[in-house]
Design a protein around this ligand. Structure first.
Ligand SMILES: [Zn+2]
Length: 165
């Protein structure tokens, strides 16, 4: 084998290694998503949820975003895990209390990049608005409502909204 061929092979080997490394990196990114699986907004530690829609498991920026998705796709949604908005701890969705229709915005809109479809009209439909917040304690949910308005919902009531308009 000529020296030139050897160098060529070495370069090729390096390229393959680099691609494998990148692939591994992307795989890890996929395993721990940083953005919502539906609307691509950044996930927030206190609001992120794990849901299953049509048998596919994804992480979403807030429960409301998942409910909107289920409504648009006409597929049932199942909450797998939610976070307590007070502590940021994981919470069994069945045990949680949800606050919907409050004045608080679940997702921060201004500080982030929006794609063309989303940034045209500030009054246009927003899939995450009004946001839904999850709480471990009903007291916390009620304290939140005293500050921001809204209504307390059980998981069934929150998901029940997925089937009505
Ligand atoms: Zn989202």
């Amino acid at each position: 084998m000529s020296a030139r061929k050897k160098t060529g092979l070495a370069v090729l080997g390096l390229i393959v290694l680099a691609m494998l490394a990148l692939g591994g990196y992307e795989f890890r990114e996929f395993r721990a998503p940083k953005e919502c699986g539906f609307c691509r907004r950044p996930l927030q530690q206190k609001l992120r949820v794990v849901v299953e829609i049509g048998g596919q498991r994804r992480e979403a920026c807030c429960p409301q975003c998942a409910v909107s998705e289920s409504r648009q796709e006409h597929k049932p949604v199942r909450l797998i895990a939610v976070r307590d908005y007070t502590t940021g701890h994981d919470l069994d969705p069945k045990q949680a209390w949800y606050v919907n229709h409050s004045r608080a915005l679940a997702c921060t809109h201004d500080a982030m990049h929006m794609d063309e479809m989303k940034h045209t009209d500030p009054l246009a439909f927003d899939r995450c608005s009004p946001g839904a917040f999850a709480f471990a304690k009903k007291d916390d949910a009620e304290a939140f409502i005293a500050q921001n308005g809204g209504q307390v919902l059980s998981m069934e009531q929150l998901l029940g909204e997925a089937h009505t308009q």
